[in-house]
Design a protein around this ligand. Structure first.
Ligand code: SF4
Length: 333
């Protein structure tokens, strides 16, 4: 799934956390070690200038993928490269240039902005860390960034609490753009905002992408938002990517029963009368995932093969999908 133009490459990456009880309790109660496989062998790539959305219910591992990509979590195994360089460089002294080229926008602009700092200081912070600009140059850059995100240079001396939720997310975006990054990992950037404000922030992000040739990994549980911003979509379930396709292919011809279930939750205004898979069941406990296909306890098509063997990710037309039922034809619409 990678090409010569690949900008970001994730190959078979996993991120496991040891959540075992303390040693003494394990010995006394004869409990084994417990691993939480938050991300378990995901592969995808991005080309420059595109938006790949990672979609799934809460707890599916999408935020862990985001954090691995910006170096906040170290992959347990697998390979992640940014513009041909291993992401592990981020943790080295030589990694500063690389760190500057990728940034993250967090879900909650309320929590991610220091309430005691004025906006100018918040936005200028990455410039101090990464750059060699003097005070006057930093001031000019802050004003430029405020205008770029639809705020005014006169806002520079205000505090975060003096802004609305949408404006605060604009400040977060300005801060993320300060060091002129090329790749932005956006973790549910609009889900804390009112619906009416969401569209404005998403449109701003699309406009900035065009103007600054940005590449986005966009994390969301909201398919309407994903449809608005994504070029391609990867659907995650219990730490794995179960379907990866272009946005139009995924929304028009979803293959995986889980993708179809997620899409069923969106009201159908097309009048096509397509068969729908009702949203049913809960995501299993990731500490004790089901054997075989992780979706089998919720899947109306599940057969013995699904309960016993993990499906491989295989091409199906222009889509990549991990489902025995699609491979063998018993879960097609
Ligand atoms: Fe359903 Fe089987 Fe496909 Fe899993 S592999 S999604 S259980 S049909």
């Amino acid at each position: 799934m990678s090409t010569d133009r690949t900008f970001v490459k994730v190959e078979d990456a996993s991120c496991w956390f040891d959540v075992s009880p303390p040693w003494l309790e394990r010995v006394v109660k004869r409990r084994p070690r417990v691993q939480l496989k938050a991300v378990n062998g995901v592969s995808f790539s991005l080309v420059k200038g595109e938006t790949l959305a990672l979609v799934g219910e809460s707890g599916c591992g999408k935020s862990t993928v985001a954090r691995m990509l910006v170096g906040l979590y170290e992959p347990t195994s697998g390979n992640i490269e940014f513009d041909g360089q291993p992401i592990s460089m981020l943790r080295s002294r030589e990694g500063q240039k690389l760190r500057q080229r990728l940034q993250m926008i967090f879900q909650d602009p309320y929590a991610s902005l220091n309430p005691r700092w004025r906006v100018a200081r918040i936005i200028a912070e990455p410039l101090k860390v990464h750059g060699k600009l003097n005070q006057a140059e930093r001031d000019a850059r802050v004003d430029e960034l405020l205008e770029q995100v639809g705020l005014s240079p006169s806002d520079r001396n205000r505090y975060p609490h003096q802004f609305s939720g949408g404006q605060r997310q604009r400040i977060s975006i300005a801060r993320a753009l300060a060091a002129r990054p090329e790749f932005l990992v956006c973790d549910e950037p609009t889900s804390a905002l009112d619906v009416s404000v969401q569209a404005q922030v998403l449109n701003l992000m699309k406009q900035l992408q065009r103007e600054l040739s940005l590449t986005y990994l966009f994390i969301s549980h909201n398919l309407a938002v994903v449809h608005h911003v994504a070029d391609r979509v990867a659907v995650m379930y219990l730490g794995k990517i179960v379907e990866l396709a272009s946005r139009d292919e995924l929304f028009e011809r979803p293959r995986h029963p889980y993708t179809r279930m997620l899409l069923s939750a969106i009201p159908d205004t097309s009048g096509t009368g397509k068969r729908r898979i009702p949203v049913a069941g809960e995501v299993p406990n990731p500490l004790n995932p089901p054997q075989g296909c992780p979706f089998h306890p919720r899947c109306p098509y599940a057969r013995d093969i699904c309960r016993e063997h993990m499906p491989a990710t295989l091409p199906d037309g222009p889509t990549h999908v991990a489902c025995h039922g699609i491979e063998q034809g018993f879960a097609r619409e």
